[in-house]
Design a protein around this ligand. Sequence first.
Ligand SMILES: NC(=O)c1ccc[n+]([C@@H]2O[C@H](COP(=O)([O-])OP(=O)(O)OC[C@H]3O[C@@H](n4cnc5c(N)ncnc54)[C@H](O)[C@@H]3O)[C@@H](O)[C@H]2O)c1
Length: 334
Amino acid sequence: MNKRILVTGGCGFIGSEFVRQGTQRGYKITVVDNLTYAGDYARIKSVEENISFYKADITNREFMEHIFNKEKPQIVIHMAAESHVDRSILDATPFIETNIRGTQVLLDVSKHYGIEKFINMSTDEVYGEISDGQFEETSPLSPNSPYSVSKAAADMLGRAYWRTYGLPVITVRPSNNYGSWQYPEKLAPVVILKGLNEERIPVYGKGTNVREWLFVSDCVEAIFLVVEQGRIGEIYNVGSGQEKKNIDVVQAILGLLGKSEGLIEFVKDRLGHDLRYSLNSAKIENELDWKAKVSFEEGIEWTVKWYVNNMDWVKDKVDYLHKYWERVYAKDFS
Ligand SMILES: NC(=O)c1ccc[n+]([C@@H]2O[C@H](COP(=O)([O-])OP(=O)(O)OC[C@H]3O[C@@H](n4cnc5c(N)ncnc54)[C@H](O)[C@@H]3O)[C@@H](O)[C@H]2O)c1
């Protein structure tokens, strides 16, 4: 074992879970992250003695070449991205830049230096919405937000580099992750924070949008199986099968916090909001023997406890987020 893995976005929510698990599994890990508003070194501080870290932008080709030259990674896990749909609606520019151009730079550099595997982190959102049934890996891509379009482009670039140059790319398309260390602009931590402070909790539309809730450690275990046994050139859906309406998630969190549902405020729906995502994950379950282990009920309880016990980490982000929330919900809160 002890392979050298380069992780982009390793100071983000999912990337840092990968880094923490990876060091325990004995991998030699290099983290590349330019620490955007969403990146935080604190997420990997507990394992810093076992990793190398570069504060670097993946769109910076020269810097990427320098890092590959020095660290000689055998495997690349590409998770760096602008990841929040609402932000992509406010301004798509950084999404195009990081998610598309950044991916191209990494694919080029990986091709030049030669690697064994390039895991391209895509998302269930590339398929677009589905009212009944489930998306399979062969379903057509039909993304609807600037975020999901940028991810679909990155996903297809990976496909092109495999098909055209034989770069050993594997694509993973996980569903909606939740758990500790998630930046508090995403649904679960927003509800936890606002619930704790007894502030109004904005819920888009009538809260009927359905997501497939995947605990972050389960997602990362799937990625390690893909690293170790996944077939080159393949795509793997990674879903938990636990579909929940947003309103059910909000109510579950308020119940755990012992707070009133009177805090819920339905606001004008997100532009272009996809109604439902649902993945058929039979391929990774059958081929790699993966299955999500954590139930939504266990995972959300654990997550609520984590935020309650880690308010120091969240506190300094909240002032900034207040301004951001006002921008997103401006029309509804005026
Ligand atoms: N969170 C989810 O539910 C989910 C579901 C499916 C797929 N994904 C995908 O998984 C990956 C990780 O998601 P996340 O939720 O951890 O995101 P995140 O926003 O928490 O983390 C992204 C990280 O990438 C870094 N980054 C951004 N731009 C960069 C750049 N130009 N150069 C270097 N680093 C940069 C940020 O600093 C941050 O640390 C993303 O590719 C995302 O699209 C996320």
